[in-house]
Write a protein that binds this ligand. Structure first.
Ligand code: IYR
Length: 223
């Protein structure tokens, strides 16, 4: 291939033993990741957050429009404002808006309307999805598969945070409109996820839950 705008793929072959070793290592490492609600207030250098965001930004995404904006907040006053607004919405959700079918599956996870992690964690990263973008002709155009793209990006971000020895929690206050208002994001950006990042508290706890087995999550069709 010698088409304009293309460069050779940088790729090197691994032998099968090495592939298996790496696949196992990745699984073992990923199995250690847990979501905790208990964060230490110990500071985390901005550089680590920058690196995690850059990992998130490597995600495959619709038409390579990279339809995400990551807002990283360590400013205490702003974290408090976000916590207050999130708790106000969440109180309504937990008290009035949450159907029984939802409450029953959340109960074992110990979630509630108190969002201490939003002020305990040294950083909160809010991921916004860009619903529109400026075309090369200067007009507004749509983005494509922006939700899927941001979902993949969040996964890579979460993985990067885990690999650097920190913890995060995917918090989804609902509705999330207040985040765009507080963080002064334009209307074409929609908040998708709030991810506090930091060290776990020394006494951090996690629910005693288990992941589904391969047989429970996968179906293979082979020759
Ligand atoms: N958004 C609420 C409720 C919540 C919903 C699900 I689905 C969870 O897995 C966890 C919590 C909250 O953040 O508490």
């Amino acid at each position: 291939m010698d088409e304009d705008g293309f460069v050779p793929l940088e790729w090197s072959k691994l032998d099968e033993d090495e592939m298996l070793r790496r696949a196992n290592d990745a699984l073992i490492e990923n199995q250690k990741r847990r979501t905790t609600r208990h964060f230490s207030q110990q500071p985390v250098p901005r550089e680590l957050i920058e690196l995690a965001i850059q990992s998130g930004g490597t995600a495959p995404n619709g038409a390579h429009l990279q339809p995400w904006t990551w807002v990283a907040i360590s400013k205490s006053e702003l974290k408090k404002k976000i916590r207050d607004a999130a708790e106000e919405e969440e109180r309504k959700t937990y008290q009035n808006r949450m159907p029984e079918a939802w409450a029953e599956v959340l109960a074992p996870l110990g979630t509630d309307a108190v969002k201490r992690h939003l002020t305990d964690a040294p950083w909160i990263v809010v991921l916004f999805k860009q619903k529109k973008r400026i075309r090369s002709n200067g007009e507004w155009g749509p983005t494509y598969y922006a939700t899927e793209s941001c979902g993949i990006a969040a996964g890579l971000f979460i993985n990067a945070v885990h690999r650097m020895g920190l913890v995060t929690l995917t918090h989804t206050p609902s509705p999330m409109k207040f985040l765009g208002e507080i963080l002064e994001r334009p209307d074409h950006e929609e908040a998708l996820l709030v991810m506090p990042v930091g060290y776990p508290d020394e006494a951090a706890m996690v629910p005693d839950i288990h992941r589904k087995t391969l047989d429970e999550i996968a179906i293979f069709h082979e020759d």
